[in-house]
Ligand binder design. Structure first.
Ligand code: BES
Ligand code: MN
Ligand code: MN
Length: 455
């Protein structure tokens, strides 16, 4: 441990400079205008991996954004750890709410401020630097593969096929991922569950053009009024989702397991304070941790239609739109949920409007085993650097590739995330504390050590 701390101390300015180079590339996967930037990010990472000590690195085209694949095989008889991360980021809008430019990283208050500072450039870069340390110090105990993708934030549409076609190349004993968060800086924790996702866009059409709301208002259905009613009926007074069959495949977690989960130190007051709400809300009968960890949810991500410009314009709009997502729990299948949603949503529409629904993307949930040698190795690594045994907990977020890895590569993933909820991922002013960045670099080599030693 002393050796790694010395290495970090001596190289930290360079590590930050190198990460800043990556953060300056606006690799927003959802926008075609950033296609060049996606390529630039892959080249940057290729160089980073080669400089760190990889034997070979390839930029592999997929139907969508390319994958950066690198490896160092020290001995084929030793285990293979595959590091997964994503170099794409969410759009940075609304720009005006950022205190510094999203793609001009800065350090203030001990934190790196930039889009991707945590999710996932900062976190994946910890792995590149931990790898560099192990190579340079001659302590790399096993084989390493890196698979860095550029489509995570848009649902990894090309990755199922990519994994199937490259199954041999990607073959590994365990997949190591830092793309999640900890309960708190002083509460080390390992994510043992992720939710799945169904994401759809709906369009409600009324009259063939915007109408004068005086001449027509009251006599013609207003698509915005209709859409909001339809959405309101998707959940009931207990905040349960009303789509028939929605809960059919949900596995109820046993009381014993819920009691075990409730032991995780979760500070509800702090949680509320940080986001400035006075009361939490969700499905009756479940705690906040359970509502995100073991229960599905439905949210409108965006809604628009009609006149939203300055002042008043008296119209009855022709169309209304919404983007609606459902977070799913393990065993629910996103394709089946998509179908149930489409059927139900259409059935809600009165004859006065037309409805169309489009599936944008989806993915399945994941539960990681706590009785796996890799989990034990991760646990020992955190215990050594945080001085406390980490708590397992299920996160509400999604990483679609993780269930694909299990299906296509038959490999389990260990989610060693070092982010914090306050890192504001996907929001303006995303940040990553330097403390977490360096703690990650310190902890990761110990995972390799304990995992390779076996137990
Ligand atoms: N890294 C996040 C997921 C995450 C964050 C999981 C924190 C647990 C804790 C990932 O990049 C992400 O944002 N995923 C998307 C998936 C979607 C776009 C298909 C999500 O959860 O919205
Ligand atoms: Mn991520
Ligand atoms: Mn993300």
């Amino acid at each position: 441990m002393e050796q790694i701390n010395k290495f970090i101390e001596e190289n930290k300015d360079r590590f930050i400079d190198e990460l800043f180079g990556l953060l300056r590339i606006p690799s927003v996967s959802s926008k075609t205008e950033h296609k060049q930037d996606m390529q630039k990010a892959t080249e940057y990472l290729k160089k980073s991996l080669l400089d760190a000590g990889a034997d070979s690195v390839e930029i592999i085209p997929t139907g969508g954004h390319p994958v950066v694949y690198g490896e160092k095989i020290i001995d084929p008889s030793k285990p293979v750890v595959m590091v997964y991360g994503h170099y794409d980021v969410q759009p940075a809008e609304p720009f005006e709410l950022w205190h510094s430019q999203p793609f001009e990283p800065e350090i203030r208050e001990g934190k790196i401020w930039a889009r991707g500072a945590d999710d996932d450039k900062g976190q994946l870069f910890m792995h590149v630097k931990a790898f560099e340390f192990m190579v340079k110090s001659g302590t790399l105990p096993c084989n390493v593969k890196f698979m860095l993708e550029g489509e995570e934030e848009i649902g990894s549409p090309s990755l199922g096929k990519f994994c199937r076609e490259n199954a041999e190349k990607l073959k590994s004993d365990v997949i190591l991922v830092s793309d999640t968060s900890m309960i708190g800086r002083d509460v080390p924790s390992i994510t043992t569950g992720l939710r799945g996702l169904s994401y759809l866009e709906v369009e409600v059409t009324g009259p063939n053009r915007d109408l004068h709301s005086g001449l027509y208002g009251g006599a013609v259905a207003n698509p915005v009024n209709v859409l909001t009613k339809m959405i309101a009926s998707l959940t009931d007074e207990n905040n349960r989702i009303t789509i028939p069959g929605f809960y059919d495949d949900v596995i109820e977690v046993s009381r014993e397991e819920r009691e075990e989960m409730a032991k995780a130190p979760f500070d509800e007051e702090q949680y509320k304070k940080e986001i400035d709400v006075v009361e939490l809300s969700g499905e009756s009968g479940y705690s906040a941790m359970e509502r995100t960890g073991i229960r599905p949810s439905l949210d409108v991500n965006g809604i628009w239609g009609g006149y939203t410009g300055e002042g008043a314009k008296t119209i009855l709009p022709s169309k209304a739109h919404a983007k609606i997502s459902m977070r799913l729990v393990p065993n629910q299948q996103s394709a089946k949920i998509d179908e149930l949603f489409v059927q139900h949503f259409k059935s809600l529409a009165p004859p006065s409007v037309k409805v169309s629904v489009r599936v944008l993307h989806g993915g399945e949930g994941y539960v990681s085993p706590v009785d796996h040698p890799a989990y034990r190795a991760a646990s020992k690594a955190y215990e050594a650097t945080f001085g406390k045994k980490p708590v397992p907990f299920r996160s509400g977020g999604s990483i679609p590739i993780i269930s694909l890895f299990e299906k296509e590569l038959d490999a389990k993933s260990i989610l060693m995330g070092f982010g914090l909820e306050s890192d504001a991922i996907h929001s303006p002013n995303e940040n990553y504390p330097l403390w977490n960045f360096f703690k990650g670099i310190e902890t990761i080599p110990l995972f390799y050590k304990y995992y390779s030693e076996g137990d």
